[in-house]
Design a protein around this ligand. Structure first.
Ligand code: MTE
Ligand code: MO
Length: 360
């Protein structure tokens, strides 16, 4: 492990050492901006350690047009700063019944950071005409094989051109005011606001204009919603849908699971977000879902950040309680009691429930 990786790993719960996969404690996720030391890491392959001297971003247009942009060049291009949440599509997977395939994330595979970088659009303009382009490839410098892959390949994802041209889609070189750490994609990573984390490709070394989606293993076979009985896609030939935009979700950061508190007033709190616009309300239930009351939701400066919420609970009676929180976004999407099951357990936004005891 590099010393930077050790620092990151020391404050997170490690699900895998190499490749590093590590998540935060839910109780630590109650700030609008997540400190880098508490920001989850999700690597599919070993972390590449890249040297700036020999690094340049390869930008491929159509008809063989290629340009290379080095780190200094990128840093001198017009920059943009976005506060953006990233959530791993597998976050909250451990809570799913019946069980699913994949790393058992608790709820700590999410965080919000301040990212600074170059709009991807500006980089694409260096690649010449976009006329034929339908999708844009983002390829990482990390490579390997994992379960299900036919051969070794780089981690790579494509995104639709429309998403690539959004001014808030950036190639970031800073996280929370510092150069990226190796595990978060140094020197440059993509930030794709509103989508689950898998397309925010780290260690980006190649950007390419495409005339159809890339269909890498991770894009076409892994980050897809596989229903039961359709696991190899041979049933009717239809491909399972890709995982893209984040579902509406809230998590309770206090109380923590199993806590005992004394009777009296307590402030229940947590964070809420959606990939499709701000949160319009969060409701809390302390009576097993029989009644719901509105929490106070803080407004966020950024449309891609999460929002803090709070609810004062007058816990008069001793006993055992199940605290729940349910978020709704501006488009009217509501967090479900139980999210639809899929083989890899992606996008689990089932209502979070926390058992708490109240003593005299
Ligand atoms: N090159 C590369 N980019 C990647 C990954 C990866 O394994 N390799 N993991 C993706 C996934 S699944 C997620 S959730 C986010 C996590 O970003 P973080 O580790 O900075 O939190 O990075 C994405 N970008
Ligand atoms: Mo992820």
């Amino acid at each position: 492990m590099s010393s930077e990786t050790e620092v990151i790993a020391s404050q997170l719960n490690i699900l895998s050492h190499n490749p590093l996969v590590a998540g935060a404690d839910l109780a630590d996720l109650d700030q609008e901006l997540t400190p880098t030391s508490l920001f989850f890491v999700r690597n599919h392959f070993p972390t590449p350690n890249l040297e700036l001297d020999s690094w340049a971003l390869k930008v491929e247009g159509h008809a063989g047009r290629t340009v290379y942009l080095d780190y200094d060049y990128l840093k001198n291009m017009p920059s943009r700063e976005v506060d953006c949440l990233l959530e791993c599509a597998g976050n909250s997977r451990a809570a799913i019944q019946p069980p699913i395939e994949g790393l058992l994330w608790d709820h700590g595979g999410v965080g919000t950071a301040r990212w600074k970088g170059v709009p991807l659009r500006e980089v694409l303009e260096r690649a010449g005409s976009l006329d034929l382009t339908t999708d844009v490839l983002l390829e990482g410098a990390d490579r390997g094989t994992e379960n299900g892959m036919a051969e070794e390949a780089a981690y790579a994802m494509s995104i639709p051109l429309e998403k690539a041209l959004d001014l808030d889609t950036i190639l970031a070189y800073e996280m929370n005011g510092q150069p990226l750490l190796p595990d978060h994609g140094f020197p440059v990573r993509a930030i794709i606001p509103g989508w689950y984390g898998m397309t925010s490709v780290k260690w980006v070394q190649r950007v390419s204009l495409l005339t159809k989606p890339h269909e890498s293993f991770h894009e076409a076979d892994y980050y897809v919603y596989v229903p039961e009985g359709e696991i190899d896609g041979t049933n009717d030939g239809a491909k399972p849908a890709r995982v893209t935009s984040m579902a509406v979700k809230s998590l309770i950061t206090w109380p923590t699971r199993g806590l005992t508190v004394s009777a009296g007033a307590h402030t229940i709190r947590g964070m809420a977000w959606s990939g499709e616009g701000p949160i319009s309300k969060v409701e809390v239930s302390v009576d097993n879902g029989a009644s719901w009351r509105p929490a106070q939701v803080t407004r966020s400066k950024s449309p891609y950040s999460w929002q803090k919420w709070e609810f004062v609970w007058e816990a008069a009676q001793p006993g055992h309680f199940l605290v729940r929180a349910r978020a709704t976004d501006v488009n009217g999407r509501v967090q479900p009691d139980k999210a639809d099951w899929n083989f890899r357990g992606f996008a689990n936004n089932s209502i979070h429930a926390v058992p708490v005891s109240v003593k005299e």
